[in-house]
Design a protein around this ligand. Structure first.
Ligand code: NAD
Length: 374
């Protein structure tokens, strides 16, 4: 696996080893377009992309009887980064969902996240000027636009704490525990501040410190980490207030740093206010430069194989990969600029189409984006 070195990002002639997981449904179609765009970036900026595909999810079940093989995990580990389409099928009709839970497509995703120790989940929520009409907020709020990134802790907290259901004196009682130690908080906070430095240098740490001990520790450790980042502005916000602010004034946010359950809820809320599921990228990182990059949406089996899926979320995930795993900021900027340019020129896939725009398919959208890489 590649290590970061000082000055990285201004390099040319880099060889980027990327494991791709096309997956199921629209996955292979959108990954093909992301590869097309990455190849154009490589040609323009003097790099070499080395792609190795692995099977995961339903495709792996069909080929090997399991959603992820040990060999595929090893291939992913040996790469510098992983780029994924999406996995899963129609959960009511596909035979994959008649299998026991540990053999279903989603088990592959959980297994790869665990094997690669991916503890930091990043979900940008951006409102593009051209797609502002899709935003469900009032025009006076959406007019300002927004560009935030929600950084959620992914492997601790309430979802991974001890749990049990007991019966006491004939009354059923369920217990879930929310635990964080300072090391878990520190490593995600460091990621949050590092990433804020690549953006507008503001971190909003979200907790419930007026009630929860875990949140009070969260706040203390985040403040300790902040001392090493004097150039990044830190503010604290209670989670209930954050849920309100996301719909009242989303433009105020740059990086939102938060624990697992709060992040789960807030990142879905932030996605919804953009109004465009086909545009939302995501990343899951470990404590090196390694990450798994994928669109926020699922495998859309209802539109698979029709060349109508929107590849932009996957292409933007590839841009995140260049920025966060390879420190290739110029190249990532070039992809994001191409997306803005294509939208400005009025090209739209069906999911984001509105009257007066030019409707294109998945493959044509990928070609239009690749052509606009400068
Ligand atoms: P979905 O996101 O796949 O689809 C929801 C709706 O959005 C559908 O109408 C779909 O056609 C549309 N849509 C999604 N992505 C689109 C795109 N790029 N372009 C155009 N339209 C798009 O959610 P779902 O239907 O609830 O789930 C389908 C499958 O995906 C399930 O098996 C689910 O488990 C899986 N899933 C996988 C992941 C993942 O791999 N990380 C995430 C979410 C869901």
């Amino acid at each position: 696996m590649m290590d970061a070195w000082p000055g990285m990002g201004k390099e040319t002639n880099m060889e980027l080893h990327i494991t791709c997981i096309p997956g199921d449904g629209i996955g292979p179609e959108i990954i093909a377009e992301a590869k097309k765009v990455l190849e154009k970036v490589a040609a323009c900026y003097g790099h070499q992309m080395v792609f190795t595909d692995i099977l995961m999810g339903g495709a792996s079940i069909d080929a090997y009887g399991v959603p992820l093989t040990e060999e595929s995990i090893q291939t992913a580990r040996a790469a510098d980064a992983v780029l994924m389409g999406s996995i899963g099928g129609d959960t009511t009709r596909s035979p994959w969902y008649k299998l026991p839970p540990n053999l279903r497509p989603e088990a592959g995703l959980l297994a790869i996240r665990k094997a690669l120790n991916l503890f930091a989940n990043l979900r940008p929520a951006v409102l593009y000027e051209e797609l502002a009409a899709a935003c469900p907020l009032k025009e006076e709020i959406s007019r300002a636009g927004f560009d935030m990134l929600i950084m959620r802790e992914l492997t601790g907290g309430l979802y991974f704490g001890e749990r049990k259901t007991v019966e006491e004196n004939g009354v059923r009682k369920a217990i879930d525990t929310l635990t964080y130690d300072e090391n878990e908080i520190r490593r995600i906070a460091v990621k949050g501040f590092d990433i804020a430095r690549k953006r507008r240098k503001k971190v909003t740490s979200v907790d419930k410190a007026n009630v929860l001990d875990s949140s009070r520790l969260w706040r203390k450790v985040v403040e300790e980490v902040a001392a090493d980042y004097p150039d990044v502005k830190l503010e604290h916000m209670l989670v209930d207030n954050c849920a309100m602010q996301l719909v009242k004034d989303p433009a105020q946010f740059d990086v939102i740093l938060t624990e697992n359950m709060f992040g789960d809820i807030l990142s879905d809320e932030a996605s919804m206010v953009t109004g465009s599921i086909g545009m939302l990228s995501s990343a899951s990182l470990n404590d090196s430069k390694f990450g798994l990059y994928e669109p926020s949406h699922g495998s859309a089996p209802d539109i698979a194989g029709q060349d109508i899926a929107n590849p932009i979320a996957t292409v933007l995930s590839a841009a995140m990969m260049l920025r966060y795993s390879f420190d290739l900021d110029r190249e990532a900027d070039a992809i994001e600029a191409a997306v803005k340019q294509v939208l400005k020129e009025g090209y739209r896939t069906g999911d984001i189409h509105s009257s007066g725009c030019k409707k294109v398919g998945c493959s044509e959208m990928g070609s239009l984006l690749a052509e606009r890489i400068r």
